[in-house]
Design a protein around this ligand. Structure first.
Ligand code: PAF
Length: 253
């Protein structure tokens, strides 16, 4: 398994791959869990070559504490990638590697990115879309794999790909959950033992209580601080904090 920290070295390797080989790409911010594992398995199954990127993208964090506290499990991530047959990891350590322009140029979507998570995290989706665009240019994937847990992100990336005629197929992959229903997330690592007991109520409540106001009240009673709980396009989206950890989830209605 090859590991690259610079764009130049990665591209040199990329250029050695035969043109007729398919390349599956799983972009991540590290702290890999079974959700990422499932994306990597889909990629390895569908493609000749699988590339994983690990980069904690500063431009998508509107809260400096959230960035500072983002979990880092790099050695374990490498072990998981190796076990799953990942061919190459692109893991730039230096922000300038991906932002030689100091974020002077960015992708800005003007509608859906301003709603839901976008309304509560100003600039978040500009950061996500910009880094994904950069990664697609560098990695040149045939297919890219994204989890449905971040459904708003997935939708915006699909729309960006079609708007800019990018030659990549975006593959949505189902949310992986604990048996309790809690959606897997790197942020779950930061929940206290008490919060871990309460966190599954998020999924249970949004699936079981159809009435939106009652669902909001129930979550508040469990101690969640709600950013939003909204039903749109036959899907229910929620973001709520437990203590210092902000959790998101969504279900088809
Ligand atoms: O979903 C994530 O982990 C990130 O938003 C992504 C897509 C890797 C961009 O930094």
């Amino acid at each position: 398994m090859m590991i690259f920290e610079t764009v130049k070295k990665f591209q040199e390797w990329r250029n050695t791959l035969p043109k007729d080989q398919t390349l599956g790409f799983v972009p991540t911010m590290g702290a890999l869990h079974s959700g990422h594992e499932s994306l990597l398995r889909f990629s390895a199954h569908d493609n000749d070559v699988t590339v994983l990127s690990i980069f904690v993208n500063p431009t998508q964090f509107n809260n400096p504490d959230d960035l500072k506290n983002y979990p880092n499990t790099f050695e374990q991530d490498l072990a998981m990638a190796k076990k799953l047959g990942v061919d190459a990891i692109f893991a730039p350590k230096d922000m300038n590697e991906l932002y030689p322009d100091q974020y002077r140029f960015k992708i800005n979507e003007s509608e859906f990115s301003k709603e839901l998570c976008g309304a509560h995290r100003p600039g978040h989706f500009d950061g996500v879309l910009t880094v994904v665009m950069k990664l697609f240019q560098i990695v040149q994937p045939t297919r890219a794999y994204f989890g449905e847990k971040d459904h708003q992100q997935l939708t915006l990336i699909q729309d960006m790909v079609s708007s800019f005629f990018l030659p990549v197929q975006v593959i949505p992959c189902p949310t992986i959950r604990e048996t309790s229903g809690l959606a897997l997330s790197s942020r779950n690592l930061r929940l206290t033992p008490e919060e871990i007991q309460v966190a599954p109520k998020l999924y249970q409540t949004i699936t079981e209580i159809k009435d939106r106001d009652r669902a909001i009240k129930t979550l508040k009673d469990y101690g969640f601080k709600i950013d939003y709980l909204e039903d749109r396009n036959h899907r229910r989206y929620v973001a709520a904090a437990l203590g210092k950890v902000r959790l998101i989830d969504n279900v088809e209605l």
